[in-house]
Ligand binder design. Sequence first.
Ligand SMILES: Cc1cc2nc3c(=O)[nH]c(=O)nc-3n(C[C@H](O)[C@H](O)[C@H](O)COP(=O)(O)OP(=O)(O)OC[C@H]3O[C@@H](n4cnc5c(N)ncnc54)[C@H](O)[C@@H]3O)c2cc1C
Length: 460
Amino acid sequence: MQEKIYDALIVGTGPAGMFAALELIKLKPELKILMSEKGSKRDFIRDRANRTSGFGGAGAFSDGKLTLSSKVGGQLLDILGEEKFNELMNYVDSRYVEFGGNNPVEFPQNSKKIKVLKERALKAGLETVVYPVRHFGTDKAFNIIESIWNYLKEKKVEILVNCPVESVQRNQGKLSVILNNGEEILAQNIILAPGREGEDWLLGQARALNLKVVPGIVDLGVRVEKRAEFLKHLTDSDYLGLHDLKFIYYTKSDNKVRTFCTCPYGFVTTETYGNVVTVNGESYTNKKSENTNFAILVSSEFTEPFKDATGYGKYIARLANLLAGEGKVIVQRLGDLKDGKRSYPEGLAKNIVKPTLQETTPGNLGRVLPATILNSILEMLKKLEVVIPKINDRDTLIYGVEVKFYSSQVGINKNFQTLISGLYIGGDGSGRTRGLLQSSMTGVIIARDIIEKGVKNGGD
Ligand SMILES: Cc1cc2nc3c(=O)[nH]c(=O)nc-3n(C[C@H](O)[C@H](O)[C@H](O)COP(=O)(O)OP(=O)(O)OC[C@H]3O[C@@H](n4cnc5c(N)ncnc54)[C@H](O)[C@@H]3O)c2cc1C
């Protein structure tokens, strides 16, 4: 078997992997870089079902909301400090613009109206978080990924698709990976950026390499869908222009509940993690529905004796799939959920809000969600009435379940290097990010560290 030695080998081609490659090639064009991706080079029409795996990672079919703030999308503020965070955020943003993401930044203009909204929310016990967003939409996000692919190819970065990395090896100070065809590839630096899709795989590698692992947390909840008219006073640019609504509430039982990923005039979608199908949302630049959707999520953390937050989230999601039928999620009218009964197709047909997702089964989320989570969601919907009139009405649609995993955290330093010199973990797989901006930022941080160290590393 022939040995190949690269300066950098990147496992996973999501935002973290792509931005690592972009920065490495920018700082040192002569570097020999290999990217290995277990999914395919996707086609926008044909491959929409696979949202989380393939060139571009989960970013390729994301809603393309670049949240320009340290308040959401990860923990990099704690690692970098404010000045460095802002500097890197602006840099990453400018690179997205360079590759075609030149949509205007939407920042809530009318501060007096925002103040009134915040006051009203506060009186109901809701905290309002407001931040600027550059929204590409799913269609444009995909085009950006295409441009990055073309650019990397032009710069002679080697990209292997349909090529999962089986394992990471460290032998006598040398780092290498074994591909699924058995081939061993050596590299001075290995960047593991497998996203949440590759979390289980990453943890297995970390354990085999004797790296310390701290368990993650999981956010579990539902997607809420309403006619867009009821939210336009918040979302439309000629009103408040809040593209992403972020309200946070602590329930009577001290659960933290938040709204997440608002998709004005958007569509409810599904996403797949192995054999589990969960709910999500998206909106487009050039295609609009009559509805607006957003998630309500409840955070769950586990300590002793059970630590597997991801396993817990998947178990609940799997239960929804079991009741809905293979590959499907549950949709329910809020009125039925409150009455403790399932929804039926006849009832949904008469509903004012028409579902934008078809792969659903009308059912009963009360049979899926644990009481502590369900009660928290219902409590939150009641509170949200003060800022979104009629959201707590019976015709509001509830889809379930939506799950956001925070990967377990493998020990890394502030440059995202593990205890093994030359072995880095970036993006959502690091457990420190959960969005396009911050995962991309980790790629840049890693690339700059590799260059600063003179590229030659190698597993000490
Ligand atoms: C439907 C959806 C909508 C979203 N919308 C938004 C949004 O609007 N705004 C936002 O900020 N964030 C959004 N996100 C989150 C965002 O997409 C992720 O935070 C981001 O993509 C994480 O980047 P990453 O590079 O860490 O990993 P990922 O993008 O998950 O990429 C990891 C890649 O690694 C590959 N991989 C895994 N294991 C291996 C292996 N062993 N060998 C080779 N390859 C492997 C996977 O196939 C995948 O392609 C959304 C996510 C989803 C799923």
